[in-house]
Design a protein around this ligand. Sequence first.
Ligand SMILES: [Zn+2]
Length: 321
Amino acid sequence: MGNILCGVDIGGTKLSVALTTLDGVIIDKCIDCDHVEKSECGMTDQIKFNIRRMLKRNNLTESDLCGIGIGCAGHIRFRDGTIITTSNLKGYKGYPLRNTIQQGFSVPVTLDNDANAQAFGEFKFGAGRGFNNMVFLTISTGIGAGIIIDSKLYRGMTGTAGEFGHTIIEPESELVCTCGNRGCLMACACGMALPHLFRKKLKEGKRSSLELPENFDYSLVDGKLLKQGLDIGDALSKEIILDSARYVGIGIYNIFQALNPQLIVLGGGLLSWGEFYVDHIRKTFYDLARDMIFDPVEIKISDIGPDAGVIGAASLNLEIC
Ligand SMILES: [Zn+2]
């Protein structure tokens, strides 16, 4: 068994493949942005080709690999390595991705949901080192999560445990989630909610000091725009960020009551809102949990950085090595 980890992160815009050390340090990495237009077969060939090319240019062979870990957004049936659904890629329903990649290699291939992979990466190499029970939450356009219990990824029956983004926090909400339900945590709290929340506050008569053009398309309101608003002290942007933080804080409180973890690690694009955001998440959580915390619970920010997806995928190999 080799001592190099291979990680593959299949996202909506990028396909990343990396080789890392056993400590999760990247040795080499390549990124493609055209994988979404390819057929299932085209993309799997691309992954196999990239792995082989990277091994070759680093004077390595397959025998140097510990294994290949793949993280993919969507519902993954872990036991047989199939994609149940993924919104990032067309097709792929029921696609046996793990076995298709496995056919090209003799080292073990693991396929998991991308948030599970990132959770395990945080546990092994990041903010979760030294903790046995933790939950990782990534907050971007949607919300994904992964659960570590007794130092192991907890996947549940199918492999879809940790879909906290679809826990319902406002059943009467006018915000409909990608799953079709109203008031899911991710429908209310993260990137997909921002255009609606911004328009709603304008309709209520609130004014933004962001100087947006008259014909501005409000469906383009995103985390970056609200960060600009936060930086110039725009009250409307701040209100939306605080609302999001409150919902995430409630979500974490619910997770705490269900799982009693020592640590919650936060990652994802909306963390660019910084301490203003995270402080309010913490405040909401600690206010709700109050005297029901009997041992210290920490809420930390991911410290793996922009390569968290592919490093997380690589870390999946350490589950079996
Ligand atoms: Zn939902």
